[in-house]
Design a protein around this ligand. Structure first.
Ligand SMILES: [Fe+2]
Ligand SMILES: [Fe+2]
Length: 183
């Protein structure tokens, strides 16, 4: 798969998980019970699939190629994307801490969890929109076709080395199951 199409397909999966997280937060706010195991699955997905794998491909392979092709790193769209990845990581950290506190017996922590959860949902939805509609078209224009092809191959290797073969598929199954339960 071409690297930009690969990233866009991953965005589709991430967007579905954001819908799940939003619905979970609504249920928690409404006082309905949500299994902690499901919340942990979403966090695991966000941390490994969305951040480590997807943002890793962008930060370590695509963005440097764009920079090499003349897209400035400082003060432009690349800097915005990187800072949004960083904010996303902070929200994931906050969510994890709150779920840990909840499991240790702090019953109010799950309600507090919905604040960073919904902030994360908003952040990532707008981040993905910007990448799909502004940054990726920019990359396709700036990065030469043969370099893009090479990045596609690097993506495959990165995925195997970083998250292991088969993990991607397991995450897609997770998306399917949780979507059926919450959407
Ligand atoms: Fe990104
Ligand atoms: Fe992305």
């Amino acid at each position: 798969m071409k690297p930009i199409e690969d990233l866009k397909a991953e965005h589709d999966g991430i967007l579905l998980m954001l819908d799940v997280l939003e619905r979970m937060s609504e249920r928690i706010t409404a006082g309905e019970s949500v299994p902690t195991d499901h919340v942990r699955q979403v966090l695991d997905f966000l941390q490994v699939f969305a951040d480590k794998c997807h943002h890793g491909k962008e930060e370590l392979l695509l963005f440097p190629a764009m920079e090499e092709a003349g897209v400035p790193k400082e003060g432009g769209p690349l800097a915005v994307m990187l800072s949004e990845h960083g904010r996303g990581r902070q929200f994931i950290g906050e969510m994890k801490n709150l779920v840990n506190s909840y499991e240790k017996g702090e019953s109010g922590a799950l309600l507090v969890f919905t604040t960073p959860a919904l902030q994360y949902v908003d952040l990532l939805r707008s981040h993905i929109w910007k990448e799909n509609n502004v940054l990726f078209p920019m990359a396709e224009k700036a990065v030469p076709a043969d370099k893009l092809k090479l990045i596609g191959e690097q993506f495959d290797r990165f995925e195997k080395e970083e998250i292991g073969q088969g993990t991607h598929e397991a995450f897609h199954e997770m998306i399917d199951k949780l979507s059926k339960t919450y959407l």
